[in-house]
Ligand binder design. Structure first.
Ligand code: NAD
Ligand code: DAU
Length: 341
């Protein structure tokens, strides 16, 4: 089987390809990635020489390119993925996340092949109490979440209207190696190592459900092979954490593992102006995955945090190259005027 994986040079996509190729050595993988600011060729240097792996640089919106590729199934990770950037400019989010998904759905329809669409728990919006189930209403609050909700519903519509073999996953917040340093966890680790202020939005009491990236990758693999056509599957870590607690935990871990004074790192915390439309709480019920597909998260939070901090300490070159480029102007635009809530 030849599988087209989109967005494989990003955080989850690169972890997924590494997992997928080792779990299914008989498959061929074509990684289609535009290499936007978030895509990084370095993420997969360890597998680029494998004979069953091919990299194609290109845009998921490019119909001609997609038509020219040979594949038997699609796993679609490619997206603009950062909420804060979608608040600055929603246009690339609508283009890639909605139009790009439509192009891939058309390709799956033409070929009669399965497409797994990687959606997100953010499509549900914010929940005060209880958990999101697959039946919860879709109520996105950011332009990013709205673009993902649109693509998620488009995937459903292609299944209902044309009978395309679609499966959809909605996962909670991932963390682990190769995450771009604009997201909370790697940003905290990088700033702590560089003795820079650690920005916490609002009162820091927003809650996310965190899952180690490899547990998400295992879940996508299982849904791809065993998921019921047309179904949605929630994936979560059963691990709700307040932002401020995560930030403190990471700072303590960096101090311990990086040989830095804990008090000095904790002093770096800076409460800043809140994110507009900031979702207060995400909480996923993954029991359908457990019940029907025998999947569950395997990495405990302490273990996952330890591995993540170790990886960023051991791979400084990887993220220091990223934060020394265009990222500087993004950081200034995002955080320059934010200080002091
Ligand atoms: P990421 O930003 O790290 O990576 C996205 C990748 O997509 C990059 O390699 C980028 O170059 C590529 N890309 C962007 N636009 C493209 C285009 N037009 N054509 C081809 N490639 C393009 O994102 P991520 O955090 O790895 O997320 C991957 C997917 O998982 C996304 O669909 C995201 O919505 C979803 N998701 C993410 C999380 C999370 O916590 N990070 C949780 C649930 C779901
Ligand atoms: O829930 C799944 C989603 O998780 C994915 O669909 C998104 O692609 C992914 O980016 C992530 O979205 P979040 O907005 O939850 O992740 P982020 O890392 O940007 O922020 C996590 C929390 O931390 C959120 O409440 C905002 C807060 N935050 C974030 C940053 C970057 C801060 O307090 N300070 C910061 O500097």
């Amino acid at each position: 089987m030849k599988v087209l994986i989109t967005g494989g040079a990003g955080f989850i996509g690169s972890n997924f390809i590494r997992h997928f190729i080792s779990a299914h050595p008989g498959y061929e993988v074509v990684n289609l990635d535009k290499l936007t600011y978030a895509g990084n060729f370095e993420n997969l240097t360890d597998i680029e020489a494998l004979s069953n792996y091919t990299f194609v640089r290109g845009d998921v919106c490019d119909r001609q390119l997609i038509d020219s590729l040979k594949f038997d199934a699609i796993i679609h990770f490619a997206a603009e993925s950062h909420v804060d950037r979608s608040i600055i400019d929603a246009s690339p989010f609508l283009q890639t996340n909605v139009i790009g998904t439509q192009v891939l759905l058309e390709a799956a329809r033409k070929r009669g092949c399965r497409m797994l669409h990687v959606s997100t728990d953010e499509v549900y919006g914010s929940i005060e109490t209880g958990l999101f189930t697959e039946e919860s209403p879709v109520m996105p609050n950011s332009p990013y979440a709205a673009s993902k909700a649109s693509s998620d519903l488009l995937a459903r519509a292609f299944h209902e209207t044309y009978g395309v073999d679609v499966v959809i996953t909605r996962c909670s917040n991932n963390y682990g190696p190769y995450q771009f340093p604009e997201k909370l966890m790697p940003l905290v680790i990088a700033n702590a190592i560089g003795s820079k202020a650690v920005p916490v939005y609002g009162d820091g009491m927003n809650i996310r459900d965190w899952i180690y990236v490899i547990d998400h990758c295992r879940a996508v693999d299982i849904v791809f092979h065993k998921g019921r056509s047309g179904d949605v599957y929630n994936i979560g870590g059963k691990n709700e954490q307040r932002n401020i607690d995560i930030v403190k935990k990471l700072l303590v871990e960096v101090a311990r593992k990086g040989g830095m004074p804990e008090e000095r790192l904790l002093d770096l915390i800076l409460f800043v102006k809140d994110r507009p439309g900031h979702d207060r709480r995400y909480a996923i019920d993954p029991s359908k995955m457990e019940r029907e597909l025998c999947w569950g998260p395997e990495t405990g939070f302490d273990d996952g945090i330890a591995k993540t901090v170790e990886w960023y300490l051991a791979n400084r070159g990887w993220w220091q190259r990223i934060i020394s480029g265009e990222y500087q102007s993004y950081y200034e635009m995002q955080y320059g005027k934010r200080a002091g809530s």
